[in-house]
Design a protein around this ligand. Structure first.
Ligand code: PEP
Ligand code: MG
Length: 356
């Protein structure tokens, strides 16, 4: 009832008054962004643009990845650009001038390519059309044993000319249409500063052409990016820790397979008390995060730091993020109230090797 709602409001207001960490949401569409606002999100920390290409638009990504000629590729990009612009306008509007971090596309290819097995069966049973045969050859060529460690993120952006440029242009043109929009462009799966530089130059040129300002930053989600954060910060205006991938790569656990396979045995043996995909592993992943925060800020004082892996909404991990000097956590809309509360509790508990 009303009394209870008012009491909860007072608790949240108290937490907000004392916390130092900002709290953002992971949201990929205007509806989720609006919900996140109602839960108190102060921005979007992760908009996963590959989620915009599921469902009906999947075909467009397939056309792009499998394009046989530069002309086909350009046609696929031209079809995608206005759709993306509309997506971004909706999100900027929903966030009313708060920062919105848009991550350039990071699709594990196995989630987007046509089904290899289905096509193979068609071919083997003589039911394949000419188009099926062309597709099958292309899918075989692109097939990967470990898609989560394969042609994803910045790698895809560097391999498919025009893909990231299309997205950056859509972001810039959307921002120009929405007064007060605060876009932040984020490059995924970077392992080397050279990858980031190659993308950043083109992105900066497009932003200047359109006449829009945006921060350009990177995810820190490979161990190498964390270990070379001092160099990476030369080319990044912010870091956002992708602790889902960073956990996968630091432990060597496949995100796709591991939970079902042997985690229950590991929990039984006490190798960890809780899955490291749920609560940030302070001794391993956490040390990489701190090292990257310190070395990044040594290169670029005031470097903005956030986290957008699942850990951003986990209570214990929120405390660790506060203590590590991060500026914000970003989590799913439903976890925002708890993140706000824990950020307040972390501030009251004091502590923290603030690296700012
Ligand atoms: C991450 O790796 O932590 C992350 C936020 O990116 P995704 O889960 O989309 O790989
Ligand atoms: Mg990731």
């Amino acid at each position: 009832d009303d009394e209870l709602v008012r009491a909860v409001d007072r608790i949240m207001a108290h937490a907000d008054a004392v916390r130092r960490l900002r709290v953002r949401a992971n949201a990929d569409n205007p509806e989720d962004a609006a919900r996140a606002r109602r839960f108190g999100a102060e921005g979007i920390g992760l908009c996963r643009t590959e989620h915009m290409f599921l469902g009906e638009r999947r075909q467009l990504v397939e056309d792009l990845v499998l394009a046989a000629s530069p002309q086909d590729r350009q046609a696929a990009l031209d079809a995608l650009e206005p759709l993306q612009r509309t997506d971004f306008i909706g999100i900027f509007r929903a966030m009313e001038g708060r920062p919105v971090t848009i991550r350039l596309i990071d699709p594990p290819l196995h989630e987007f390519l046509p089904d290899l097995v289905g096509l193979s069966v068609k071919a083997a049973t003589g039911q394949a059309t000419d188009k099926d045969r062309v597709l099958l050859a292309a899918v075989r060529r692109l097939h990967e044993q470990n898609p989560m460690l394969g042609l994803r993120g910045v790698r895809l952006g560097l391999v498919i000319p025009g893909l990231f440029a299309m997205q950056v242009r859509a972001i810039a043109e959307a921002a120009r249409e929405v007064p007060g929009a605060q876009p932040e462009i984020m490059i995924p799966l970077v392992a080397a500063v050279q990858e980031l530089e190659a993308v950043r130059e083109e992105a900066a040129r497009i932003l200047a052409e359109v006449g829009v300002e945006a921060l350009i930053g990177t995810m820190i989600e490979t161990p190498r990016a964390a270990l070379t954060a001092g160099q990476v910060a030369e080319a990044a205006q912010f870091f956002s820790f992708g602790t889902n991938d960073l956990t996968q790569m630091t432990w060597g656990f496949s995100r796709d397979d591991v939970e079902a396979a042997f985690f229950s045995r590991y929990l039984e043996l006490g190798i960890f008390g809780v899955s490291p995909f749920e609560t940030l592993d302070r001794d391993g992943v956490g040390r990489l995060l701190r090292l990257a925060a310190e070395e990044g800020r040594a290169t670029r004082p005031g470097l903005k730091l956030g986290i957008c892996g699942e850990h951003g909404g986990d209570p214990d991990s929120v405390h660790f993020c506060h203590d590590s000097g991060l500026d914000y956590v970003s989590c799913s809309p439903f976890r925002i109230p708890v993140a706000r509360l824990e950020a307040g509790r972390a501030a009251l508990a004091g502590g923290g090797s603030d690296t700012r």
